[in-house]
Design a protein around this ligand. Structure first.
Ligand SMILES: *Cc1c(COP(=O)(O)O)cnc(C)c1O
Length: 382
């Protein structure tokens, strides 16, 4: 008998049965009060979790569509933006900005480093820019960038701050309004444990003002169209929404609110700590700066003599657990464990046990049970 695979990669993440059931229920017609109530509830819950009173717009697209919408709505060709790049998703944001002919000033980091607010400040001193585009969680390295510190720099200068929070929202603390985030971009398939296919953006007053004069082309992702439809007596989408996905996200967010946003965050902190203690107990090294705040993803250096890609493939083939390999320059050198979303302590213990068995088979000396015991130690002390 084969049990289903469990995904422990940073997205998409496991989906609770209640969410699947909701997605399988009859369509709620998208013009009228039924869908209006769904859209309003989802919007309100997302705003609560983002800690924002700004507008929030939802699109049928993957997270990248939300990022593209920010570039399309905020800027005109030739506008200068500062983009710190410390991994794969930093590169993606820079590529989107270039595709729209922005003047992109990249701040280059080695993968695994955290963005420093001082570097952003220096880049803005060199030449003024309209915005800073960054990630909160650089999923390719697991590193959490300090959006709050960058927000102090941008707010002082009246520069827009656009934060990709796709893989951090719901796993790591975020205070959008308190930190001066003008645009936060999220997605359905990471810490919310809904299925892929929905992106959302929050839009501050300053971001709306910028969008009024921005000349970049946009149609499907035209923020103004989504705002106008949302403000109808019964909120709507300008185009046919992904109704079934919205029914799923509605339930996923209800589960989130029932557990309580602070409780969800502390669950992620504990799962992250247990994972990291387990990995360390095997004598492996964590990858990336500030692992103590990497509550979404644990990145691990593959030990001497073990290829990270082979390890990931073998864990999947032998134990039906999907880990994530290293990307770009980290290919083969790093592997990643996602623990954002619908996970509890036994998911972590199962994953660590699989890691022990697999490493042993690959010739790496393992003290059986060491990782599991270390993780249990973290859980027991909570
Ligand atoms: C997953 C992710 C995205 C979105 O990717 P899609 O495949 O387009 O959903 C964007 N940014 C980060 C940091 C991510 O982890």
């Amino acid at each position: 008998m084969e049990k289903p695979e469990i995904i422990m990669a940073p997205g998409p993440t496991p989906v609770p049965p209640q969410v699947y059931l909701a997605q399988g229920s009859p369509l709620v017609y998208h013009r009228g009060p039924g869908y209006g109530a769904v859209l309003r509830e989802v919007t309100d819950n997302l705003k609560t979790i983002l800690r924002t009173s700004n507008d929030l717009l939802i699109f049928a697209s993957s997270g990248t569509g939300g990022l593209e919408s920010a570039v399309a709505n905020l800027f005109s060709p030739g506008d200068r933006v500062v983009v710190p790049v410390a991994g794969y998703f930093g590169e993606r944001f820079a590529k989107i900005a270039r595709a729209f002919h922005l003047d992109v000033r990249v701040i280059d980091y080695e993968w695994g480093q955290a963005v420093r607010a001082g570097d952003v400040s220096t880049a803005l001193d060199e030449a003024p820019a309209k915005a800073v585009l960054m990630q909160q969680s650089e999923t390719s390295t697991g590193v959490i960038h300090d959006v709050e510190a960058v927000g102090e720099v941008t707010r002082d200068r009246g520069v827009l701050l656009v934060a990709d929070v796709v893989s951090s929202l719901g796993a790591v603390p975020l205070d959008s309004d308190g930190w001066g985030v003008d645009v936060a971009v999220g997605g359905s398939q990471k810490a919310f444990s809904a299925t892929p296919g929905l992106a959302f953006v929050s839009v501050s007053d300053a971001a709306w003002a910028a969008s009024k004069t921005a000349t970049n082309p946009r149609f499907y992702f035209d923020w103004a169209a989504y705002k106008a439809s949302y403000e109808l007596k019964s909120p709507e989408n300008p185009f046919t929404p992904a109704i079934s996905l919205m029914l799923g996200l509605q339930v996923a967010l209800r589960l989130h609110m029932e557990e309580g946003p602070p409780e969800v965050l502390s669950r992620h902190r504990i799962l992250s700590e247990a994972t990291k203690e387990g990995v360390r107990a095997l004598g492996l090294d964590l990858f990336g700066e500030h692992p103590e705040r990497a509550w979404a993803v644990t990145a691990v250096r593959a030990p001497e003599g073990v290829d990270g890609d082979e390890l990931v493939a073998k864990v999947r083939a032998d134990h039906r657990i999907i880990l994530a390999p290293g990307q770009g320059p980290l290919k083969g050198k790093v592997f990643r464990i996602g623990h954002l979303g619908y996970y509890d302590m036994f998911d972590i213990i199962r994953c660590l046990a699989a890691l022990e068995l697999t490493l042993e088979e690959m010739g790496y000396p393992v003290k059986r049970g060491a990782a599991v015991a270390a993780a249990e130690g973290v859980f027991a002390s909570r």
